[in-house]
Structure formats: structure tokens, C-alpha cells
Design a protein around this ligand. Structure first.
Ligand SMILES: Cc1cc2nc3c(=O)[nH]c(=O)nc-3n(C[C@H](O)[C@H](O)[C@H](O)COP(=O)(O)OP(=O)(O)OC[C@H]3O[C@@H](n4cnc5c(N)ncnc54)[C@H](O)[C@@H]3O)c2cc1C
Ligand code: HEM
Length: 335
């Protein structure tokens, strides 16, 4: 739940429970995390553990691939298939770079939201249950343990997106487009082409995007065990949680500025599908709104109490007890 610094895990199994408890205690004292794997018969399973290929990465990587395929098909339909079917325009050359460069940042932003969503679910669940001592449901527990892998997948997609973006003007297609535009402009008799709004929009969204990537790089560096071991829990939590939320907010602003007013242009809804950036913004918006809700003073105060060990059920019992004793005191005075 709370970001974990790396500690070595020791798997233990034995038919003698007393011996197992003693060895587990010894492991704990030596700074390892002992995990009880049950009876000696499970030793074969433990011996096979090193043979598994990245077991903790399976779900995050498959999730990233699934998101990539979904967004790639979505962008293909919108940007390539629709102009081909409706106007016979051949934009298939966009498939290797432009379509990939819309898909990668979309996956990155959705994954980044999925990193912070389980923490919010956990917080709201704690508020609802009024305790931190109840176990989270299994799906939430597993989701919480996957955040590091989801975050690193998001970071990879962001880095690739930045490199692809830098390569956009290098392409032959971009140069031909520019030449054609210049030729058209000369034909139309336009001398200077300068749109203040477009210029400002691009300067701003690029700058915010670069900042978001910078913050994500910090998160990625701190997740290296050698770096994580040199910072204390508060510092690690500040980078991972506070700066992580800043990165999410910046990536959201980057996408908002990129999209600008296009959400209100009907031509952007090709085949009646909303533009990709609009679809991609839903989840980060929900996460940021959820986080803002947790910052409301009364909610933040209650969450802080719960994290310090306060429990709703104890409080109710205590109040009932107080009410009860007050009533009996009143009865006594009446008598
Ligand atoms: C590039 C990158 C790298 C990352 N590397 C890592 C990594 O190495 N390790 C890692 O763990 N994550 C990593 N992440 C994921 C993510 O940054 C962290 O998990 C981050 O701490 C999540 O912050 P949070 O505020 O959502 O959750 P948390 O701070 O974990 O809080 C989640 C919930 O737990 C509960 N909680 C928090 N504190 C307490 C408390 N003291 N007592 C009781 N309950 C409490 C609250 O309900 C809270 O809402 C990485 C992400 C990215 C993008
Ligand atoms: C150095 C950092 C970055 C640069 C240079 C950059 C650049 C760009 C560019 C040029 C575009 C427009 C692409 C196009 O014309 O189709 C864009 C769009 C976008 N970027 Fe970034 N970006 C950066 C970082 C990020 C990060 C960190 C994220 C998210 C985690 C992100 C998410 C997005 C999204 C969602 C879009 C909209 C895609 C679409 O719907 O077309 N970017 N970015």
C-alpha cells in the first residue's frame, strides 16, 4: 500500500510449524521479509520460482499491450480508414510514426492514471470502512502491488513518445507537407503566416510535456533499488506520491493544451468517435478530481486519523458508552 523500499523476500516451508516460526523470526531480525509458503510439499513450487520469467510484470505488460492495440486500432480507424473510405485519401504512410505517436502517449497517460487510481480507491475504502485495519479486497491488493510496474511501463511509453515527437519534423512526408503548404500560400498571395494562438498553444504544451517527462524520470530513477536505499521513507513517498501526482497533472495539462478547442469541432468526431485526446483525458481527470476531494480539510483530517489508527467502530462504541453513562447519571440525580 505505502511505497515499499526493496527488501529481500525469503520463502519458507516446513512440516514443523514451531521450527518455521523460529526461522521466520530469525529472518525478520536479519532484515529479510519471510513469507510462509505452507508445508514441505510446496518446496518444489518454491524451487521453480527463479525459472518464472518476470512474474510480477505479466499483468502490467499484457495490460500495456492491450491498451496499445486498442488505441492503435482506434487511431487507425479515425485518422487513416475514415479519410480513405469517405474521401479516398491515402494516409497509410502515417501508420509507422504518426499513428504510433498518438497511441504511445495515450497508453502512457492511461497507465499513469492507473498507477494512482488504486491509492485513491484504498483511501475512499478506508474512509468508508472507517478503519485501516480491514483487508482490502484481493483485486485492490494486487493492483496496489502492480503500481511500480505500471508506472515504469508508462515511463517507457512517454520516453518513446518524446523521441517519436522529436523525429516528426525529420520525415520526408513532413517536408513535402511544408513545401505544399508554402506553395499554396504563395498561390493564395499570403505573405506572412503566423497564428499567435497556435504558436502559444504549441510552446505551452511542449514545455509542460517536457516537465512531465522530467518528473517521471525522477520517479523512475528513485525506483532503482540502489537509489531507493539512499533515501528515507518520507523522501521516497514525496517523490513517488507528490511528484508523481504533479507529473500526472502536467501530462493532463499537456494533453488539454494539445487538444485545445478541438473537442468542440464536429469534424474531429470521425465515424462519430470522439478524438483520442478526449477519450484519454477521462481517467486522469477522475483521478485528479478524486485526489482534490481527499484534500478537502474535513476529509483529509479523517483520513489522517484513520491512518494513525483511529477506528469508526471504536468511536461509536465510545460515544454510546458516554451517552449511556450520562443517562444513568441523570437517572441517579432524579432519584
Ligand atoms: C516511473 C515510476 C516509477 C515508480 N516506481 C515505484 C517504486 O519503485 N515503488 C513503488 O511502490 N511505486 C512506484 N511507482 C508507483 C507510484 O508512484 C507509487 O506507488 C506512489 O507511492 C503512489 O502514490 P499514492 O499517493 O497513490 O499511494 P500511497 O501513498 O501508497 O497511498 C495509497 C493509499 O494507502 C493508504 N495509506 C497511505 N499511507 C498510509 C499510512 N501511513 N497508513 C495507512 N494507510 C496509508 C491511503 O489510503 C492511501 O490513499 C512508480 C511510478 C512511476 C510512474
Ligand atoms: C519531452 C516530452 C514530450 C514531448 C516533446 C511531447 C510532444 C508531444 C507532441 C508533439 C504531441 C502532438 C502529437 C501529434 O501531433 O499527434 C503530443 C501529444 C500528446 N502527448 Fe506529449 N510530449 C511529451 C511528453 C508527454 C508525456 C510525459 C505524456 C503523458 C504521460 C504525453 C501525452 C500526450 C498525449 C496524451 C498527447 C495527445 C495525443 C493525441 O491524442 O493526439 N506527452 N505530445
Amino acid at each position: 500500500m505505502v511505497p515499499q523500499k526493496r527488501k529481500l523476500i525469503i520463502f519458507l516451508c516446513s512440516d514443523n510449524s514451531k521450527a518455521k516460526i523460529s526461522v521466520m523470526e530469525l529472518c525478520r531480525r536479519m532484515g529479510f521479509i519471510p513469507v510462509d509458503m505452507g508445508l514441505l510439499s510446496s518446496s518444489l513450487e518454491i524451487e521453480n520460482l527463479p525459472l518464472y520469467l518476470f512474474p510480477s510484470w505479466r499483468v502490467p505488460v499484457l495490460g500495456t499491450l492491450a491498451l496499445f492495440i486498442f488505441f492503435y486500432l482506434y487511431n487507425f480507424i479515425q485518422d487513416i480508414l475514415q479519410p480513405y473510405v469517405t474521401a479516398g485519401k491515402n494516409f497509410f504512410y502515417k501508420m509507422p510514426i504518426e499513428t504510433v505517436n498518438v497511441t504511445l502517449p495515450s497508453v502512457a497517460l492511461v497507465l499513469l492514471s492507473l498507477v494512482y487510481l488504486p491509492g485513491l480507491c484504498a483511501a475512499f475504502l478506508q474512509l468508508w470502512l472507517g478503519t485501516k485495519y480491514k483487508r482490502f479486497p484481493d483485486w485492490l491488493d494486487q493492483w496496489l502491488t502492480m503500481r511500480k510496474q505500471l508506472g515504469l511501463c508508462s515511463f517507457l511509453c512517454s520516453v518513446l513518445h518524446a523521441i517519436y515527437s522529436l523525429c516528426l519534423p525529420m520525415r520526408k512526408s513532413a517536408r513535402y507537407e511544408l513545401l505544399n503548404l508554402a506553395f499554396k500560400q504563395v498561390n493564395d498571395g499570403v505573405e506572412i503566416s503566423w497564428d499567435d494562438e497556435k504558436v502559444w498553444r504549441m510552446e505551452l504544451y511542449l514545455s509542460v510535456g517536457i516537465m512531465a517527462l522530467g518528473l517521471l524520470s525522477l520517479l523512475a530513477i528513485t525506483s532503482l533499488p540502489s537509489v531507493a536505499n539512499t533515501v528515507n521513507w518520507r523522501e521516497f513517498s514525496f517523490v513517488q506520491s507528490t511528484l508523481g501526482y504533479c507529473a500526472l497533472a502536467m501530462a493532463t495539462i499537456h494533453t488539454l493544451l494539445f487538444g485545445w478547442n478541438r473537442a468542440f469541432i464536429p469534424a474531429q468526431y470521425r465515424f462519430f468517435l470522439p478524438p483520442t485526446f478526449l477519450l484519454v483525458l477521462i481517467l486522469p481527470f477522475l483521478v485528479l478530481l478524486g485526489r482534490l476531494a481527499l484534500l478537502v480539510p474535513c476529509v483529509a483530517q479523517r483520513l489522517r486519523q484513520i491512518r494513525r489508527g483511529w477506528e469508526k467502530s471504536h468511536h461509536i462504541r465510545f460515544t454510546l458508552l458516554q451517552d449511556g453513562s450520562q443517562n444513568s447519571l441523570e437517572n441517579v440525580s432524579h432519584v
